[in-house]
Design a protein around this ligand. Structure first.
Ligand code: XMP
Length: 192
């Protein structure tokens, strides 16, 4: 275990086995449809790479940036869409990919924008869903794992911009969070 981690919640092989199941379900549900996956940056990038390569149909990939955390471990409560705006989704079946469903604000905002853009259908997929009372009403159609209400990192999720590249989902030690900075230079992987 790395010195900066409190615990590992899901190791890499557990995550990948779950992605196999989700990919099969998504492939089945979208048979015969022209599917566009829209990944929410940056958190959804690792999920995108691992999940979409398991989906057994040709699809398009688009992205959009969203931010509600500004470096800490609490949502600011305001979601900003970043970058050049929404892809053209008129008449398309889209699958939104994000790392985690927490307050629900991000997914709800992106979903409503895509529906305004006249997508033919919008489904949502998250690796993690926190067991919390959501600030807004929204569900994910495909969920990797449910977790308790704790701040997690890895597999796309960051603390202060770091840790997205951990191949597993973990919880940081309180001492790391309170210092307010990730510890650089600690070897990334020991088998959890
Ligand atoms: P909402 O609250 O809009 O959250 O559902 C979505 C975005 O908030 C970030 N988020 C987290 N990031 N560890 C993180 O590193 C967490 O435990 C966590 N909870 C929420 C994340 O960017 C997600 O897309």
């Amino acid at each position: 275990m790395r010195a900066d981690l409190e615990k590992v919640l899901f190791n890499e092989s557990t995550i990948l086995a779950r992605l196999d199941e989700l990919a099969e379900e998504i492939t089945r549900d979208h048979e015969g449809k022209d599917l566009t996956a829209i990944v929410i940056l940056h958190g959804g990038i690792i999920l995108m790479a691992d999940l979409l390569r398991r989906i057994q149909m040709p699809l398009r990939i688009e992205s959009l940036g969203a931010s509600s955390y500004h470096g800490g471990t609490e949502s600011s409560g305001v979601v900003k869409l970043l970058g050049t705006g929404l892809p053209d989704v008129r008449g398309k079946h889209v699958l939104i990919l994000d790392d985690i469903l927490d307050t629900g604000r991000t997914l709800q905002l992106v979903k409503s924008k895509l529906l305004e853009g006249e997508a033919a259908g919008v489904k949502t997929c998250v690796l993690l869903s926190k067991k919390v009372i959501r600030a807004v009403e929204v569900n994910a159609d495909y969920v990797g794992f449910e977790i308790e209400d704790e701040f997690v990192v890895g597999y796309g999720l960051d603390f202060d911009g770091r840790y997205r590249n951990l191949p597993f989902i973990g919880v940081l030690k309180e001492s790391v969070i309170s210092v307010g900075a990730a510890m650089p230079g600690i070897p990334i992987q020991t088998t959890p």
